[in-house]
Design a binder for this molecule. Structure first.
Ligand code: CA
Length: 234
């Protein structure tokens, strides 16, 4: 399943129009009407791109833009009533990839979204950011935080991505749950070891042909997990 475009807009009528147009252009969409909800949705399902309204009930979209940019590298298009040049420039300084002033044409929004996605595709195609395993059947793009299985982009959470990247960087090495908690979750917390099992289970559902007989994420009984994919040579 393709990662979704996250629409952050508190005006329900506008949000619905954006959703209809994006889905008409074959994008999958997820909606949020507050900063809190947007962060939660992005954490659950890392977006392909974000359409961001700047005036939100629980704060400014500018702050949200910064937080989102820390989660992954995806384009953000700001949609706003603010139209002064200064405000537009401030938006770009915060990492917005494009900026549209309301009232905006939904068809133009779709065109701009496609254009920024193309730019991202181009800038992230450098070999350093790619790791390909088992004859190209599993691809990790560390710049865009994306995983593809047999050419299909998968929808993963930021934690799942970090977990897989950590393990795939050292194929064949056994990681203890403790190590995975520290590296993939970025903190150590007593009793959190077992939460790794849930993330591994979800990842297996997404990347393995048969999650019960995993080809990539193998259990090392009594110790932890290892990544058994073979990195493709050129
Ligand atoms: Ca608004």
């Amino acid at each position: 399943m393709l990662p979704p475009v996250l629409i952050v807009e508190d005006d329900t009528k506008l949000a619905r129009i954006v959703k209809v147009y994006l889905e008409g252009a074959d994008f999958r969409t997820v909606q949020a009407s507050t900063i809190k909800e947007a962060l939660q949705k992005a954490e659950e399902d890392l977006p392909l791109a974000v359409i961001l309204d700047l005036g939100l009930p629980d704060g400014s979209g500018e702050e949200l833009c910064q937080s989102l940019k820390e989660m992954g590298d995806f384009p953000v298009i700001m949609l706003t009533a603010k139209s002064s040049e200064e405000e537009r420039l401030a938006g770009f300084a915060l990492g917005a990839d494009d900026y549209m002033v309301k009232p905006a044409s939904p068809r133009e929004l779709v065109c701009r979204l496609k254009a920024v996605l193309k730019r991202y595709e181009r800038s992230s195609s450098s070999a350093d950011n790619f790791a390909s395993f088992n004859d190209g059947s599993l691809i990790l793009n560390s710049l865009r935080h994306q995983i593809s299985r047999d050419g299909q982009p998968l929808s993963v959470t930021p934690t799942e991505f970090k977990l897989l990247l950590t393990m795939a960087t050292s194929p064949g090495r056994t990681f203890t749950r403790d190590e995975l908690v520290t590296r993939a979750l970025g903190y150590h917390f007593e009793g959190y070891d077992r939460s790794i099992d849930a993330h591994i289970k979800n990842l297996r559902q997404k990347i393995e042909k048969d999650p019960r007989a995993p080809e990539y994420l193998k259990t090392v009984y009594g110790v932890g997990y290892l990544f058994a994919g073979e990195r493709d040579a050129l």
